[in-house]
Design a protein around this ligand. Structure first.
Ligand code: FES
Length: 152
């Protein structure tokens, strides 16, 4: 009979976390190298995760789906104590902080969509007239060529 403490039994293998969270084991390792999740090692030097990691991986997946950079996710997680079980109130606060970034992304995409309206059916991709070809090209307004190199 194995003599495992409740704490050890509660730990999950990378495969178990992958299966339950829907991400690849390689993604878990990647998240770990980015400091987003943490593991411990068993006596055989194999990774083990506490069950809390499932909530963190779920948050990472949600954040990535809405385009939040991993660095921003890491910043949010970095203020939490190690091994902390994220509460619903903390998740609410965390997601509220990302709303502003999401609103900015939506505005940017709406502006891009509106610019695209003039291009639909056009196909010219003109450097001078197409807003999608070279948006905000201030150097291009000064003339052709490598403008920055000429200024030196
Ligand atoms: S493709 Fe012609 S204006 Fe953009």
């Amino acid at each position: 009979m194995q003599n495992k403490s409740p704490r050890i039994k509660a730990l999950l293998t990378p495969g178990e976390v992958a299966r339950r969270s829907g991400v690849a084991v390689s993604a878990l390792h990647f998240y770990e190298t980015k400091g987003l999740i943490k593991s411990t090692r068993n006596s055989g030097n194999q990774r083990r995760y506490t069950r809390d990691v499932l909530r963190y991986v779920a948050i990472i997946k949600i954040a990535q789906r809405i385009g939040i950079p991993l660095a921003t996710i890491g910043d949010a997680f970095s203020v939490l104590p190690e091994g902390h079980r994220l509460t619903p109130a903390e998740w609410k606060q965390l997601s509220s902080g990302w709303r502003e970034e999401l609103d900015h992304r939506i505005k940017t995409l709406e502006a891009l969509r509106d610019e695209l309206d003039g291009c639909i059916g056009c196909g010219c991709l003109s450097r001078s007239d197409c807003p999608l070809r070279n948006p905000g090209d201030k150097l291009g307004e000064q003339g052709s060529g490598a403008r920055l190199l000429e200024d030196k």
